[in-house]
Design a binder for this molecule. Structure first.
Ligand SMILES: NC(=O)C1=CN([C@@H]2O[C@H](COP(=O)(O)OP(=O)(O)OC[C@H]3O[C@@H](n4cnc5c(N)ncnc54)[C@H](OP(=O)(O)O)[C@@H]3O)[C@@H](O)[C@H]2O)C=CC1
Ligand SMILES: O=C(O)C1=N[C@H](C(=O)O)C[C@H](O)C1
Length: 250
């Protein structure tokens, strides 16, 4: 496959390496320094674009791919308020897009089990629940896209939580729980140097705690998942999420 990499930062560089190991060719790499090269003509040299840039640039990149009729895999987070508009645009223009807040196999297993656990915990009302996410200090968005997907899974399955709320802190979160209503699900966001991504769901009662945790040791799992998504989307039309690719049956 011929691949365009839109956003050539921490993720873009690992994606390049993994894609080449899998015998794909990188035909375009875009970052701030050469953003003028993101033209329809250049995009059409690719079979697929893989987008890991910023919340401020992702929508322009999506639009450029729709215009060029090149399928796009979107890993960038922090734009999900526009999801429905992008879906309408994708379907209206006969384009192809697959997005995911997290492309790693481990996190997608986590997403699936998190939903099952949330439903199960309806039977145990004496547990409260919260989500914690920790990322490196360069991260632009909070909460993380992954934490949003986790929180949506809990709100969907656990009747006593109606919506999520977020508190971002860099120096501990004393008293944060007191600011949250009983039917709100707290997502605590922490920013610590060099952490690739750690997500924990904690069910806490008077007598014990249940902790369900995913720790990324590096970014390779995210990058491999994005390349697998680029392979999976070949020959498909429409709007997909990474969930369609994994399609867990349990
Ligand atoms: N879905 C998933 O599995 C994962 C998602 N992510 C998400 O991916 C995104 C990128 O993460 P990461 O690689 O760590 O971030 P980086 O900051 O390392 O990389 C961002 C890249 O975007 C480029 N960029 C910024 N502005 C523009 C512009 N106007 N035009 C073109 N390129 C631009 C930057 O260019 P320059 O270097 O020149 O500044 C840089 O190359 C984030 O939203 C993050 O949350 C991250 C990991 C996994
Ligand atoms: O910005 C990051 O680094 C990451 N972003 C994604 C998110 O917002 O969930 C995925 C991963 O956790 C790393």
């Amino acid at each position: 496959m011929k691949i365009a990499i839109l956003g050539y930062g921490k993720m873009g560089k690992i994606i390049e390496k993994i894609a080449q190991d899998r015998k794909h060719e990188i035909v375009l790499k875009i970052d701030v320094t050469n953003k003028d090269e993101l033209t329809t003509e250049n995009l059409r040299k690719a079979d697929v674009a893989i987008e890991f840039s910023t919340p401020d640039t992702v929508l322009d990149h999506i639009e450029a791919c729709f215009e060029a009729k090149v399928p796009i895999i979107v890993g960038t987070t922090g734009w999900y308020g526009q999801l429905q508009n992008v879906k309408n645009d994708c379907e209206g223009t006969g384009s192809t897009l697959l997005y995911g807040s997290n492309f790693s196999v481990g996190v997608n297993v986590f997403f699936h089990v998190n939903k099952i656990l949330a439903k199960l915990m309806n039977n145990y009302p004496y547990y409260d629940v919260q989500v914690e996410e920790i990322h490196h200090t360069q991260k632009l968005d909070s909460p993380s896209g992954t934490a949003i997907t986790i929180a949506e899974g809990i709100v969907e399955g656990l009747d006593r939580k109606k919506e999520w709320v977020n508190i971002l802190t860099t120096d501990g979160n004393e008293g944060a729980d007191d600011m949250v209503k009983a039917d709100q699900l707290l997502i605590e966001s922490l920013r610590i140097e060099n952490v690739p991504g750690t997500h924990t769901v904690v069910y806490d009662s008077e007598v014990d705690s249940i902790e369900f945790k995913h720790t990324a040791h590096n970014r390779n799992g995210f990058a491999l998942g994005a390349v697998l998504a680029a392979e999976w989307v070949q020959g498909k039309k429409g709007f997909y999420s990474v969930k369609d690719m994994f399609n867990f049956s349990l």
